[in-house]
Design a protein around this ligand. Structure first.
Ligand code: NAP
Ligand code: MG
Length: 403
């Protein structure tokens, strides 16, 4: 067959450890034999980040603004142990944090559903996508441990000197206080990313806060979402036949549990942190979660939700066999290729992405899977494959389609 053509490059961000090993296998076995892959390559592996003083991360994010679509491998976020292990010049920041700061966006995480790996919640027939606001609130708070009796106040001093002041509490004894903030521009871009992604994936959008209790803070989130929806998105939602739904966070949690799935759940920063772990574990496995950063300008960066699978990498380095699940990393590629196809009007490329996803799902549903899934599947007698065998099995499925 003739290889499928691309017209514009994708930004390719390579990464670390076991996922870097999988990355190469995926390209060699599943992509390059079928697609004339055009990528602009950035090595975000820790060695190269260290050599370039992390400039490579910044350049890759800027390239994403230029081309619109990126695919990223999992990367190490250095801590003290990694500084020693890799002899780092500095404890470089999280690449995801750096990229997000440049692209300014919201991360959407969705489980990949397959028969035989059933969610704990029986009525979840379709995936639930979590959209987490990734700025502010308790993650950028200031706190004071109150030593004893006294008055705590919240004071804002404007540039012209005018002050706004509220009493937090008149303490009669020791206690604790906390100050949180968010900024309008960030909430607005969160809202636009959510509405854009809902239209993109033709799914309903839910948003929830505790505005009845937090009459200024949470209410601001609610108002910003509603205003932007009414002014910029309502007509588009109507045309697409989807809805925007706001409710209280506790009501949302109750409704999510009883839902059939198939919607996007936009969450404030803390709610998103907590709920995404709940959703991913209830759907089965972190190795089956996709993740995409969507900027308010419509730039997309696709990746797997899991990390570099360090424990498996050390086994690999020892020459031991690994059974690492490559599905979420493959879906990062298919997400990016499909989006590239959509932007460039390449129907064959979009069909290839669909086919590759279909083959992954069919392979697992036929009982052939990696160990993490074999441990939780309801299918009888699953065949446990190693990292390479699993990818080779998917290759066979693709070859049947593209004979
Ligand atoms: P992790 O890489 O997600 O792995 C945690 C555990 O989950 C693994 O040890 C493994 O369990 C299981 N697992 C995750 N993905 C799997 C897969 N594809 N197939 C099979 N099992 C899988 O998280 P971590 O060990 O906490 O972090 C390792 C490194 O990744 C860290 O340096 C961290 O900074 C980085 N990280 C990067 C990203 C990112 O780039 N987006 C996200 C998170 C973490 P078993 O060991 O029980 O088999
Ligand atoms: Mg968390």
């Amino acid at each position: 067959m003739d290889k499928i053509k691309m017209t514009t490059p994708l930004v390719e961000m390579d990464g670390d450890e076991m996922t870097r090993i999988l990355w190469k296998m995926i390209k060699d076995e599943l992509l390059e034999p079928f697609v004339e892959l055009k990528t602009e390559y950035y090595d975000l592996g820790l060695v190269c980040r260290n050599e370039t003083d992390d400039q490579v991360t910044i350049e890759s994010a800027n390239a994403t603004k230029k081309y619109g679509v990126a695919v990223k491998c999992a990367t190490i976020t250095p801590n003290a142990a990694r500084v020693e292990e890799y002899d780092l010049k500095e404890m470089w920041k999280s690449p995801n944090g750096t990229i997000r700061a440049i692209l300014d966006g919201t991360v959407f995480r969705a489980p990949i559903k397959v028969k035989g790996i059933e969610p704990c919640v029986k009525n979840w027939e379709m995936p639930i996508t979590i959209a987490r606001h990734a700025y502010g609130d308790v993650y950028k708070n200031v706190e004071i441990k109150v030593p004893g009796a006294g008055k705590a106040e919240l004071v804002f001093t404007g540039q012209d000197g005018t002050q706004l002041r509220e009493t937090v509490f008149d303490f009669e004894g020791p206690g604790v206080i906390q100050g949180q903030h968010n900024v309008t521009a960030s909430i607005e871009s969160f809202a636009r990313s959510c509405f854009t992604y809902a239209l993109d994936t033709k799914q309903e959008l839910w948003f929830a806060t505790k505005d009845t209790i937090s009459k200024q803070y949470d209410h601001t989130f609610k108002d910003i979402f509603q205003e932007i929806f009414d002014q910029e998105y309502k007509e588009k939602f109507d045309a697409a036949g989807i809805t925007y739904f706001y409710t209280l966070i506790d009501d949302a949690v109750a409704r999510v549990m009883k839902s059939r799935g198939g919607f996007i759940w936009a969450c404030k920063n803390y709610d998103g942190d907590v709920m995404s772990d709940m959703i991913s574990s209830a759907f089965g496995s972190l190795a089956m979660m996709t993740s995409v950063l969507v900027s308010p300008e419509g730039y997309y960066e696709y990746e797997a939700a899991h990390g570099t699978v360090q424990r498996h990498y050390y086994k690999h380095l020892n020459g031991e066999e690994t059974s690492t699940n490559s599905v979420a990393t493959i879906f990062a590629w298919t997400g990016a290729l499909r989006k590239r196809g959509e932007m460039d009007g390449l129907t064959e490329l979009m069909a290839f992405a669909d086919n590759l996803e279909k083959v992954c799902i069919e392979t697992i549903e036929s009982g052939k899977m990696t160990k993490d899934l074999a441990l939780i599947t309801e299918l009888a007698d699953p065949v446990v494959l190693n990292s390479e065998q699993f990818i080779k099995e998917i290759r066979k499925g693709l070859e049947q389609i593209y004979a």
